[in-house]
Design a protein around this ligand. Structure first.
Ligand SMILES: Cc1cc2nc3c(=O)[nH]c(=O)nc-3n(C[C@H](O)[C@H](O)[C@H](O)COP(=O)(O)OP(=O)(O)OC[C@H]3O[C@@H](n4cnc5c(N)ncnc54)[C@H](O)[C@@H]3O)c2cc1C
Length: 446
């Protein structure tokens, strides 16, 4: 078939072709980095520097400790560790919101073991509230109670803060934004805007997105940089809103009201949950703190720099999301009472949309690895499994003495595949058992 040349953009013959920063050109550029090759023997008392204190970085530190290896976790969090396990508490009321990860399921036996321990230690518990799918007009279909849904007892962030509470070989440095990695004399030297952060025998990149791409761009780790560059991430808006009175949500036969719902068919909304009933029970007298999360499509349509959201965009997004709530609940237009508190946030690098499907990446020549949810999926479970896998890979490599690095290389060339799941991630076990209980598929009573 011949091409219709008349429809192609006119080219200015005097101008050099502009390639911008297309992914291809950046990948090519990252390939021009020279690979670091550490040949010096590994110290007998090695320390690993972990950049990122979300679920994957924390679990990596925990599992390195289980193998007797020390680590330092660096995290940018001003309010605390946890990354996308964020919980926001607004004083003096207080108002509490999980503003990214909402709950998680468990399918892997290793993750199950960890969650059992957290459960015994009072860090997590099951969420027994009604969760289901909500279609516009207020039609609620509850999900069956199995598989169990877990939440942090006081929210997700406190869970991340306590994961390391019983460790003794893990040092946490926060807030700290590692901005440079430099290999020197058999070690990695980390710094934050010129301020030294210490030196390490191996490093772990436990974060992703633009920040990781920048950090890796001139690190001497071209293979790792290339894999990171291949990752695509969605954007999701989070609207936190507190209401004096309960929202007129649907309830099911036993008078149990909706506490969390995957919203279907509404562009501006993919999830809504009542944090107050989720965390403090249905009898709580606290204000009703709701988290509303947008769809990825809406995030993309309304994408702006997350650090400086124009007020006009913020207004428009908030309005559209509250309108979405009205439609989802089947309420008349403009009848939803205004929240007395609201806060809007954009998760600019929210969830991975593709994955190499390998638990971790490790470059033994550069003594550097990557862990994160995206290596396996888009859930807290995949982040935890990735952290575990990388810790074991590094520990095996260190125990080997580092003499035959090739045996320990993993994930440096894996191709990426698209990821399926909800807009707010995957919930292993939930979808496979998604025979939504039709018997309970009752009309919402608003
Ligand atoms: C809106 C939203 C809703 C979600 N809902 C769910 C859910 O209900 N259930 C579920 O299972 N999953 C959910 N997820 C996904 C889940 O939150 C992630 O899979 C998981 O938290 C990822 O953990 P991580 O360790 O890979 O990365 P992150 O949590 O992103 O951790 C990376 C950390 O590295 C830090 N960092 C970045 N750059 C640097 C640097 N240069 N120096 C130092 N530190 C740095 C960051 O501050 C961050 O703390 C949701 C995600 C979003 C965005």
């Amino acid at each position: 078939m011949s091409q219709d040349k008349s429809k192609q953009p006119m080219k200015n013959p005097r101008k050099k072709p502009y390639y911008g920063t297309s992914r291809r050109s950046v990948i090519k550029k990252s390939f021009t980095q020279e690979q670091v090759e550490f040949t010096a023997p590994i110290s007998s008392d090695p320390v690993v520097g972990i950049i990122g204190g979300g679920m994957s970085g924390l679990v990596c530190a925990l599992y390195l400790e289980k193998r007797g290896i020390k680590s330092t976790v660096f995290d940018t969090g001003i309010h605390g560790l946890g990354g996308r396990m964020g919980t926001r508490t607004i004083d003096p009321q207080p108002l509490t919101f999980d503003h990214a990860a909402q709950f998680f399921t468990v399918s892997d036996p290793n993750f199950a073991e960890m969650v059992d321990l957290w459960s015994k230690n009072g860090l997590v518990r099951q969420w027994h509230g009604a969760i289901g799918e909500l279609e516009s007009g207020g039609r609620f279909s509850p999900l069956p109670p199995s598989p169990p849904r877990y939440i942090g007892v006081n929210g997700m962030r406190p869970l991340s803060e306590s994961i390391l509470s019983e460790t003794s070989l893990v040092n946490v440095v926060r807030p700290c934004w590692v901005s440079k990695l430099e290999p020197y004399n058999g070690r990695w030297y980390l710094s934050e805007n010129g301020k030294p952060c210490g030196h390490f025998d191996a490093i772990v990149i436990a974060h992703n997105g633009k920040c990781a791409n920048r950090l890796l761009a001139s690190s001497g780790l071209p293979l790792i940089a290339r894999q990171m560059k291949r990752l695509n991430l969605s954007s999701i808006w989070a609207l936190l809103a507190a209401f004096e009175d309960p929202l007129p949500v649907p309830s099911i036969a036993s008078e149990i009201s909706l506490e969390g719902a995957f919203v279907k068919g509404i562009d501006s909304l993919s999830w809504m949950a009542n944090n107050t009933t989720k965390l403090f029970g249905s009898q709580s007298s606290r204000p009703h703190c709701w988290t509303f999360l947008s769809t990825a499509a809406f995030g993309k349509q309304n994408k702006v720099p997350q650090e400086s959201i124009p007020s006009s965009t913020a207004e428009k997004v908030k309005e559209s999301m509250l309108e979405g709530v009205e439609i989802a609940l089947g309420l008349p237009e403009n009848s939803l009472k205004k929240p007395f508190y609201s806060r809007l946030q954009l998760w600019g690098a929210a969830l991975p949309t593709n994955s190499p499907g390998i638990p971790c990446i490790f470059d033994p020549c550069g003594r550097a690895g990557i862990c994160g949810d995206w290596l396996l999926g888009s859930s807290l479970e995949s982040a935890a499994l990735s952290g575990m896998a990388l810790a074991n890979q590094i520990a095996d490599y260190i125990e080997s003495g580092g003499t035959s690095p090739d045996e320990f290389a993993v994930g440096l060339h894996n191709e990426f595949q698209p990821l399926e799941g909800h807009d707010i991630g995957q919930f292993p076990g939930l979808d496979s058992e998604k025979q939504i209980n039709k018997a309970l598929d009752l009309q919402l009573m608003t």
